[in-house]
Design a protein around this ligand. Structure first.
Ligand code: GLN
Length: 238
C-alpha cells in the first residue's frame, strides 16, 4: 500500500520540531510495510490535491504565516473539497490558525486563512508558552509544547480538554479542533512521536479513504509511552 503526504511549506512552517510529525508518520507506516511518500511543497504549482492522502501543516511565526497566505489562498477551494471528502490533515499552531477565516496578529495585521472551518484567531500581546497536557476522548492523554500569541475560539468539537497549559485560548479549557479527518492543534513538541494513537488514527483514516481498509498491525509502543509518561510527569510537576 502507498500513501502520499504533502508537507506544506516546510521552509516557512516548521517550529519546535514540527517535522518530527512527518517522520513519525513515515516510520509507523514503514514498520507496517506501508510506503508513505513525502512531498515537501514550496509552491502550490507543485500540488495535485486529487492524488494526496495526508496533508501536514506546521506552525510558524506571524511573519512566516504572512509569507505563505497568498499561496494557500490559491488552493482553498480544492482543499475544502478534499476535507469534505475525508482527507486526513494535521495542522499545528500557525497552520491550525490558517484553517480558519483569518488570524489577526498583535500588531493588527490580518492574515487570511483558507476558511476550511468557520473560526478565526486573534493575538494578544502576551504569549501562551509551556508544556501542555490535554485529555482526549479518542486518544487518551496527549502531551506537547505550545508557544503562541493567537487565541482561537470555535464551536467545533475540540481535540481535548486542557489539564495543564493554555490550549485554544487559555480561557474555555478546550484544545484544538476535530472536523471530519482534520485535526488542528496548538501542540508542537512534536505531537505525533509521543502520542502514537493520533499518528495511527491519521494513517488508518487515510488508508480507509484510499483502500477502504483501516486495520493496522499493532506495534510495540512501550518507548513512545515511556516518553509520554515522562513528559506528562514534567508537565504536572512544573
Ligand atoms: N504566529 C502564531 C502565534 O503566535 C503561531 C505560532 C506558532 O505556530 N507557534 O499565535
Amino acid at each position: 500500500m502507498n500513501l502520499l503526504l504533502y508537507n506544506l511549506f516546510p521552509d516557512r512552517l516548521n517550529l519546535y520540531g514540527d517535522r518530527g510529525n512527518v517522520i513519525a508518520l513515515q516510520k509507523r507506516c514503514e514498520w507496517r510495510g506501508i510506503h508513505l511518500m513525502i512531498a515537501d511543497i514550496k509552491s502550490t504549482n507543485d500540488m495535485n490535491l486529487s492524488s494526496v492522502d495526508i496533508i501536514f501543516i506546521g506552525g510558524g511565526s506571524d511573519r512566516e504565516q504572512g509569507l505563505i497566505t497568498t499561496e494557500l489562498l490559491k488552493i482553498k477551494n480544492d482543499f475544502k473539497f478534499c476535507v469534505e471528502d475525508g482527507i486526513s490533515c494535521l495542522a499545528i499552531c500557525g497552520g491550525y490558525q490558517l484553517l480558519g477565516s483569518y488570524y489577526v496578529t498583535s500588531e493588527g495585521t490580518i492574515h487570511r486563512g483558507m476558511e476550511i472551518c468557520d473560526f478565526h484567531s486573534t493575538a494578544q500581546k502576551d504569549r501562551q508558552v509551556g508544556n501542555i497536557l490535554i485529555e482526549t476522548k479518542e486518544f487518551g492523554s496527549v502531551v506537547g509544547f505550545e508557544n503562541h500569541s493567537g487565541r482561537t475560539y470555535h464551536s467545533y468539537k475540540p481535540l481535548g480538554k486542557v489539564i495543564k497549559g493554555y490550549g485554544n485560548n487559555g480561557e474555555d479549557g478546550t484544545e484544538g479542533l476535530i472536523y471530519h479527518n482534520v485535526i488542528g492543534t496548538y501542540l508542537h513538541g512534536p505531537i505525533l512521536p509521543k502520542n502514537p494513537s493520533i499518528t495511527d488514527h491519521i494513517i488508518a483514516a487515510s488508508l480507509e479513504r484510499k483502500y477502504g481498509k483501516k486495520e493496522l498491525i499493532e506495534l510495540d509502543d512501550s518507548q513512545e509511552y515511556e516518553a509520554k509518561q515522562h513528559a506528562e510527569k514534567i508537565c504536572l510537576t512544573l
